[in-house]
Design a protein around this ligand. Structure first.
Ligand code: GDP
Length: 610
């Protein structure tokens, strides 16, 4: 078989050889690996109906498509694999190390899930306040995204860690990033309401993650509470209460009266002891997951992390996602400084150079230099991946239209913490106005709006959104000078509404014809150097100068696209003539005017959008 020649440039066939590429690689990257000319690959893809440039990130399917054509087995390396490989180059692995015998028991990590309004938040608050140890310590409890309490079970003090961001989003987001944080899910179901859609969703998430569930039947203080019904309903989903012969613990509680809280904590521990072997190596280099990140006015980037293994200490060199730094201080949920944090301990870390995202993993490394290099490499990778996923595939048929019509609203999102930035982005991406208009987030981050954000915004049509943050110094000045649209919000819904409105504003306006008036021709005057003028009587509405017109003869449109170029009453030029009056109408160079013709005038009005 002849070598494929596409657009005259020969391509090296792979004959099934494997080539590995990171997600978001460009054709230039591929060309380099297989020894081809980037231009040849661009041409090859073009013939396959895909239009991309050599340096643009290409999505997975497109790479596969191209690979099949040129007989290379293109393996797109997942971000997780890639990160594993990245760590390997530094001789690091994310996971437990050493001999299992050296591992120590660690507390369970619990996430509270359930339908909205069933009492997740209140229950988390009630449990937090039940913490005797904390009350004795006298610290003020703060929301840092997770907390640990200590309860007593069979004369032993047993800590339990709660992730304090109830909701499925955080659970799923973390899981999506490959971070397995939760050991046990507490499924909250209101006894006066019953199993609801989000109850089922939560249950599905937990079961998919193979995380044991403890059911908290909440609001049993309320009239109409029917805890037995909840047990009954949940059997349909495979959760059978112990008292009915199953292996799921159901506990009746009231977050309001605090009834049943101790029993719930006991159930959590018993479930952990029965079905999980929760141990970790406390001696190795510390590792874990970021629960929450935010920018603090005084302290700079602050991340709440959950230590999963090892013991985190002040002074450690740490890399968390694409952020790095040296642990300046460790704080618990009461604001107390800690010397060290053991496995399953949530702790605030101060000292990072930027804000990591929820679900990012963290590692402690030997040297600052290593932390920085890993962070830099990850940053580059995140950028590539984002570029790839944001680029819309344009097929050849659509190309012309796309080039002409592709309207895109570009956004930069800045916010006070990574959770809100992500939530806002996610919500915005769900807005759908029309197929030919897309929303693209070209940059997002935690912190104030900086000059470099505005610089970036200048390159394109970009709206900069600040969520609970403001533009810093020079940035405001630059934005004002260059007319960059910067908008501030503190309520997500408001942001969504405005962006939706902006997108609608980008829709091509739709016009409709609105009749203005009609006039009947009674006489035709020949005016030297001007042409024929229709001596008419206005039959309906108003005839206005400069309005669009058409000429109708015997019910047939003779000419369309005319303009009322002159309008006179007697000798005077006028701008409009009403119903019942006579006037002279000149239709510019159009002279084919006859007696009894009807001149209809109209205008095109923009149709309001629903
Ligand atoms: P979430 O949406 O699941 O976080 O629910 P919340 O914790 O915000 O609670 C929703 C509403 O139910 C609030 O008005 C709470 O005060 C109320 N609530 C929560 N738990 C109980 C309870 O045990 N008993 C009663 N009577 N009301 C409760």
């Amino acid at each position: 078989m002849a070598a494929p020649s596409m657009g005259g440039v020969a391509l090296p066939r792979g004959h099934g050889q494997v080539v590995r590429l990171p997600r978001g690689a460009s054709l230039t990257d591929l060309a380099e690996k297989i020894g081809a000319q980037p231009a040849a690959l661009v041409t090859a893809l073009f013939h396959l109906g895909e239009m991309v440039t050599a340096t643009q990130s290409v999505n997975d399917e497109t790479l596969q498509l191209l690979g099949a054509e040129i007989e290379w087995d293109i393996q797109v390396v997942s971000p997780e694999d890639e990160d594993r490989e990245l760590l390997e180059t530094f001789d690091l692995t994310f996971g437990d190390e050493g001999d299992e015998e050296d591992w120590v028991a660690r507390p369970p990590v619990v996430t509270v899930m359930g339908h909205v309004d069933h009492g997740k938040t209140k229950l988390l608050d009630a449990i937090r306040n039940s913490n005797v140890v904390a009350r004795e310590a006298g610290g003020i409890t703060q929301h840092i995204g997770a907390y640990q309490i200590v309860t007593e079970l069979e004369d032993y003090e047993r800590p339990i860690t709660f992730i304090d961001t109830p909701g499925h989003e955080s659970f799923t987001a973390m899981r999506a990033r490959g971070a397995k944080v939760t050991d046990i899910v507490v499924l909250v179901v209101a006894a006066d309401d019953g199993v609801m859609p989000q109850t089922v969703e939560a249950l599905n998430h937990a079961q998919a993650a193979e995380v044991p569930i403890v059911v908290a039947v909440n609001k049993i203080d309320k009239e109409g509470a029917n805890p037995a019904k909840i047990r009954q309903q949940l059997t349909e989903y495979g959760l059978v209460a112990e008292e009915y012969g199953g292996d799921t613990m159901f506990v009746d509680v009231s977050a309001t009266t605090r009834q049943g809280l101790d029993e719930l904590l006991t159930a959590i521990l018993l479930t952990a002891d029965a079905s999980l072997d929760l141990r970790a190596n406390a001696e190795q280099d510390p590792q874990g997951v970021v629960i929450e990140g935010k920018l603090d006015k005084g302290r700079g980037p602050v991340a709440t992390v959950l230590v999963q293994r090892g013991t985190l200490r002040q002074g450690d060199s740490i890399v968390a996602g694409d952020a790095y730094g040296r642990v300046r201080s460790l704080l618990d949920e009461h604001g107390n400084k800690l010397k060290e944090a053991l496995p399953a301990r949530p702790v605030q870390v101060v000292g990072l150079t930027s804000v990591p995202r929820a679900g990012d993993t963290f590692l402690v490394v030997e040297e600052d230099r290593v932390a920085r290099q890993i962070a830099d490499r990850r940053q580059a990778r995140i950028r590539n991946a984002q570029n790839a996923s944001m680029r819309k595939r344009i097929s050849l048929e659509d190309l012309d239209a796309a080039l002409k019509e592709n309207r895109q609203l570009n956004l930069i999102i800045k916010g006070d913490n990574s959770g809100t930035v992500e939530a806002l982005e996610e919500a915005l991406m769900k807005i759908e106005v029309s197929d030919d208009i897309s929303l693209r987030v070209i940059h997002r981050g935690v912190g104030g709006i900086t000059k470099s954000d505005i610089d970036l915004a200048l390159a394109d049509d970009v709206i900069v959104l600040g969520f609970n943050v403001r533009a810093e110094g020079q940035a405001t000045e630059l934005a004002n000078r260059e007319g960059v649209d910067v908008r501030y919000y503190s309520v997500i819904y408001q942001a969504i509404e405005e962006i939706e409105a902006a997108l609608k504003g980008m829709l091509k306006p739709e016009y409709e014809e609105v009749a203005l008036g009609s006039a009947e021709v009674r006489e035709v005057f020949r005016v030297p150097r001007i042409g024929n003028v229709a001596g008419s009587i206005v039959r309906s509405g108003v005839i206005t100068r400069n309005s669009k017109a058409r000429l109708v003869r015997d019910g047939v449109v003779v000419a369309d696209n005319l303009t009322v170029e002159s309008l006179r009453r007697f000798k005077d030029d006028v701008t409009e003539v009403r119903d019942g009056y006579e006037c002279g109408i000149g239709l510019g160079s159009f002279n084919d005017i006859k007696l009894e013709d009807v001149i209809e005038t109209f205008e095109m009005r923009e149709k309001p959008r629903a």
